[in-house]
Design a protein around this ligand. Structure first.
Ligand SMILES: Cc1ncc(COP(=O)(O)O)c(C=O)c1O
Length: 386
């Protein structure tokens, strides 16, 4: 029904991915496969809802209507068998703001916060810029797949107040299993570590895999869990700054809400609200088709790289639209790799080193683009790495 092959000209729309290439790569012509949004059109049922609201000539103060909450509640129940209540939900103008607010709500200056690198780098600045101590529980890579170092986590948890969990994990593409999350939760419960489960990618789980919300691991785990969800990645509406934090435990809920109330962040974005309701009400068919398209893109990319390059490997993506490419066998420094990718191949990827320890020698490639773009990216890699 939907056409994901269509190329959409995004230049000069004040979007980071295309319009800030010069600033980030020093080259405005690279094929941009870095920022985590999609090159697909935002689906029509969302653009129509936004256009309908935009047609009314007054854009005054707004609030979250009942449909905002009920559309999310129904979606989570249907897609993740996750029953939540309206009273647990708090609006946030994004997940990055939410994790920064969580630092303020649940930790004091000098206290420890665990991250699991290589991981989404704004986790680092949320901790360090606010004077907290970052504790790295680096993931273990066995050459095929990433897993959690539970022994190290147990040690770090003794010294920590909170952990940021990327679930599913950006950039390594893991959908953590119930067993893995259970083990993580058991450790955190033993040491009273608040778990911020960033589930922004929860709906971008590729066919054959399943998203496990941390809050559903057990009743006890839910008491220590702060879940962050949003329609932004799934439906390509990141520019509308609309997301939701779900906290069942009243004590944690009130602490978090107080930080947002103090910052007077309650009303949300008029168009974000309409988009969120439309996404969660009408999004299922589109999402199903989009996930099949993503899987097809990933299979193409993985096969092409496997068949063409001896020294580049693709880590299997269980979720997200971000491929994690291992260039370590090429034996280039990160600087040399950047120079080759940007200047010789004309490709704008995210260097692995920005995701912290364990990211060196890797690159992250966003494959949420028409297949012709992914095909061209492989051709550009061939020009240089063959
Ligand atoms: C794990 C993760 N969290 C948060 C975000 C961004 O959140 P937001 O745009 O809602 O601030 C991203 C975007 O790539 C992400 O990958």
């Amino acid at each position: 029904m939907y056409n994901f092959d269509q190329i959409v000209d995004r230049a000069h729309t004040s979007n980071v991915k295309y319009d800030l290439r010069e600033m980030y790569f020093g080259n405005a012509d690279v094929m941009p496969m870095w920022v985590a949004d999609m090159d697909f059109e935002t689906p029509d049922f969302i653009t129509q809802a936004v256009q309908k609201r935009a047609a009314h000539p007054v854009y005054g103060y707004t609030f979250m209507p009942e449909a905002y909450y009920s559309s999310i509640i129904i979606w989570l129940q249907k897609r993740h068998c996750w029953p939540i209540e309206k009273d647990w939900m708090i609006f946030s103008p994004g997940i990055v703001p939410a994790i920064n607010f969580a630092v303020q709500a649940f930790t004091k200056k000098g206290e420890g916060v665990i991250v699991q690198p290589p991981v989404y780098f704004p986790f680092f600045s949320a901790i360090e810029d606010q004077g907290r101590r970052r504790l790295d529980n680096q993931l273990i890579f066995d050459g095929e797949r990433y897993r959690i170092d539970f022994d190290d986590l147990e040690k770090k948890a003794k010294d920590a107040q909170m952990i940021f969990i990327s679930n599913p994990h950006n950039p390594v593409g893991r959908s953590w299993t119930k067993d893995e999350l259970q083990q993580m939760a058991d450790i955190c419960m033993r040491h009273d570590v608040v778990m911020i489960s960033d589930e922004i990618h929860n709906d971008i789980v590729l066919p054959g895999h399943k998203h496990q919300p941390m809050a559903l691991v057990s009743e006890e785990a839910n008491e220590l869990t702060v879940s962050c969800i949003a329609p932004s990645k799934t439906f390509n509406i990141a520019g509308l700054s609309t997301s939701t934090v779900i906290i069942k435990n009243p004590e944690l809920h009130n602490k978090f809400k107080k930080v947002l109330d103090d910052a007077h962040i309650q009303s949300g974005n008029l168009f974000g609200i309409e988009a969120s309701i439309a996404a969660y009400t009408h999004g299922e068919v589109w999402l199903g088709e989009m996930l099949d398209y993503l899987q097809n893109n990933f299979n193409f990319l993985a096969d092409a790289i496997h068949n063409t390059f001896k020294s580049i490997r693709v880590i299997n993506a269980e979720s997200t639209y971000l491929a994690w490419l291992d260039f370590r066998d090429c034996q280039f420094s990160d600087e040399e790799l950047k120079e080759l990718l940007v200047e010789k191949a004309g490709l704008g990827l995210s260097p692995g080193s920005i995701f912290g320890p364990g990211g060196e020698g890797f690159q992250r490639m966003n494959f949420a683009a028409p297949k012709s773009v992914v095909t061209e990216a492989v051709a550009r890699l061939k020009k240089v790495f063959n």
